[in-house]
Design a protein around this ligand. Structure first.
Ligand code: ZN
Length: 206
């Protein structure tokens, strides 16, 4: 793509680094911003900078948070002894939108994936196992997507806590294999949390 302006070229270059945005789309966005009042671009830049600068991770569940402890973990009306294990903030948002879950979360920050070079030590698994060992948990609910990586991750965690006296369950799947949680509709996802099944059932008998 030939640019008649270095400034436009630079902006397009940066924006097209984002996933799913090619040079053409980036150019369209840049030209759109140029047509808007200057403040619009300032608001956008400031929002991005502040997000990057001030964002924190909850020291308890590791979810992205504006505060040291996230709103969910800080809420005394939630059941702190039921922990739903998810991959990232999108899953937390999807499950929260169902309005069916009153426990808390544990955000792993990804899934075990040898292909992508993600091992257990890069995920927030240790602190989850520690919570279980410390007797702070009655139930663990696995809610990772049912891909091979999700299953591997569930099983890895399961092996470390299977001998503890807690309930280990997984969300029931009206969701077909390989679907990501965030794409499941709220009613299906809500039901799959309410009708969760013992985790052992998912790998025994087959
Ligand atoms: Zn939290």
């Amino acid at each position: 793509m030939e640019f008649s302006s270095k400034l436009i070229e630079k902006a397009v270059g940066e924006i097209s680094q984002l996933p799913g945005i090619g040079k053409r789309t980036a150019l369209r966005l840049v030209l759109h911003l140029l047509k808007q009042p200057k403040e619009q671009t300032a608001f956008l830049s400031q929002a991005l900078l502040a997000m990057r600068e001030d964002i924190k991770f909850c020291e308890s569940c590791h979810n992205i948070s504006d505060t040291k402890v996230c709103e969910i973990c800080a809420n005394d009306n939630r059941n702190h002894r039921t922990i739903c294990v998810v991959e990232d903030i999108r899953d937390v948002m999807a499950i929260e939108n169902t309005g069916q879950y009153k426990g808390i979360y544990h955000v792993l920050g990804g899934k075990i994936s040898p292909i992508e070079g993600v091992g257990p030590s890069q995920l927030m698994i240790f602190s989850l196992v520690e919570k279980v060992k410390a007797g702070k948990v009655d139930e663990i609910i696995f809610a990772l997507s049912s891909t091979m990586e999700g299953d591997t991750t569930n099983f890895y965690i399961y092996k470390q806590i299977a001998d503890k006296d807690i309930i280990i369950s997984t969300i029931a799947r009206g969701i077909s294999v390989g679907d990501e949680l965030e794409y499941a509709d709220e009613i299906t996802l809500g039901r799959s949390i309410l009708h969760r099944i013992p985790f052992e059932k998912t790998f025994k008998n087959n």
